[in-house]
Design a binder for this molecule. Sequence first.
Ligand SMILES: Cc1cc2nc3c(=O)[nH]c(=O)nc-3n(C[C@H](O)[C@H](O)[C@H](O)COP(=O)(O)OP(=O)(O)OC[C@H]3O[C@@H](n4cnc5c(N)ncnc54)[C@H](O)[C@@H]3O)c2cc1C
Length: 496
Amino acid sequence: MSKYDVVVIGSGLGGLVCANILSKEGKNVCVLEKQHQFGGNLQTFNRDSKIFDTGIHYVGGLSEGQNLYQYFKYFDIAEKLKIKQLNLEAFDKINYKGKIYSYAQGFDNFIETLTNDFPSEQNALIKYKKQIKEICSHFPLYNLRPNLGLDNEHLYFEKSVGDFIQSITSNKTLQNVLAGNNMLYAGIPDKTPVAIHALITNSLIEGAYRFEDGSHQVADLLIESIVNNGGTLKSNSEVKKLEVENSKLKSAVLANGEVIEADDFISAIHPSHTLAMTDTKMLRKSYRTRINELEETSSVFTIYISFKPGSFKYFNYNYYHFNENSVWSIPTYKKNKWPQEYLFLTMPTSNSNKYAKTATVITYMQYDEVKQWGNSSTGNRGNNYEEFKRQKAEKLIDQIEKQYPGFKASINNYYTSTPLTMKAYTGTRNGSMYGIVHDCNNPLKTKISPRTKIPNLLLSGQNINFHGALGVTIGSVFTCTEMLGMEYLLEKINNA
Ligand SMILES: Cc1cc2nc3c(=O)[nH]c(=O)nc-3n(C[C@H](O)[C@H](O)[C@H](O)COP(=O)(O)OP(=O)(O)OC[C@H]3O[C@@H](n4cnc5c(N)ncnc54)[C@H](O)[C@@H]3O)c2cc1C
């Protein structure tokens, strides 16, 4: 039997950030990961000798002095990452009703660019900037200052993004354009808190980046630093059970029967899976019911494209395409209208700026559509499933060909993933993209504290705080402050 100061369950960004911080602060940490590969959504895979990202395609806040950069600096990874800033004049392009609108980096550029499309809306865009900045100012860890409980961030979890955007402008086209990248948070206009829209949008407008040669480098560098700090990581180590003794968590039991003890535990997997690992009465029935009943964000269908060499130009922006009059595709989702929207991106490699080696296409897909194959295992789902995937992929590829002529002929091979793949690979319920849905109509219900009634069990990961590289990083820092102290840790981070 092994014993550690801290056991971290799950090696996604949430688990790795916690392990990085705690090992740096002198704790003997062990990360347990059920998959063969570490990294969760940071993982990449190889086909045709090319790297494909799975769950992180672009991030904000990575310019020197910005929030994510400073956090990454403290983790000892900021200066080692290979990153590529997206086009300043257009990091996102939104094709809405056949016209393309660009999001530029830098708020003043953002306003100027959209004012060219909406000359009478300049004041609305200035108001948008002012209010986004105001909202973001209320989030202490987003601004790298200690959370002393004096801020009003809860107010922005009580207001919907839909109401917010409508309060900015009555111009319906601009309303849709401002919500054009809402796939980044699986937006539901009357549910998604405006806070999530503001924090994500602001960080991207301030600086939008892709990872060159794959997002796994973030996991690799975090792991390198954990190991340098004396930490341990175990793959193929699925935690099945958590054992409580004397009102404290004593050990984690792995699928192979191995028992691992620790003084403290951080679970960075879906909280309902954590709760299912112990039947202790310390976690009340009402708490379990609340967590288990939380709605999950939509799942996705993804095509991973491998291009013929030198055939398709790399484009340094993200392309969102809408086939409908509303950019809010989740509440209007209809199987017979699939795909209502898609995100198309070419991925950068360090040895080729001109031509793309790979591209990714992402669109929503509900779990229901693949439920019939839900009891089969990866690679053994049968011909009907393969045919289903092929038809869906061809439909999407035909649509992209219309926007990017020559695209189809440039494809060497393609691979697909469905909600079943997502479910198998991240362990999220029904292959959910970002974990739980935050609901501004009942913010307390969907707010999960990192603390539990078991004093030495903390929670982390995308369901605590919010999802994404920045959301998970901030949430994980918050979890670690429970062990290390808020002011202490923030001082360390700011002085890194
Ligand atoms: C298709 C897609 C695209 C995305 N694009 C972006 C993007 O462009 N930018 C961005 O910022 N964010 C993006 N995200 C969101 C981002 O990837 C996630 O919010 C974030 O990576 C989640 O990290 P996590 O640590 O909470 O969870 P995960 O990455 O899911 O990690 C959880 C880990 O726990 C392991 N695990 C589960 N159960 C157990 C167990 N019982 N025992 C041991 N280990 C276990 C899993 O195998 C997994 O490795 C995207 C997500 C998806 C799905």
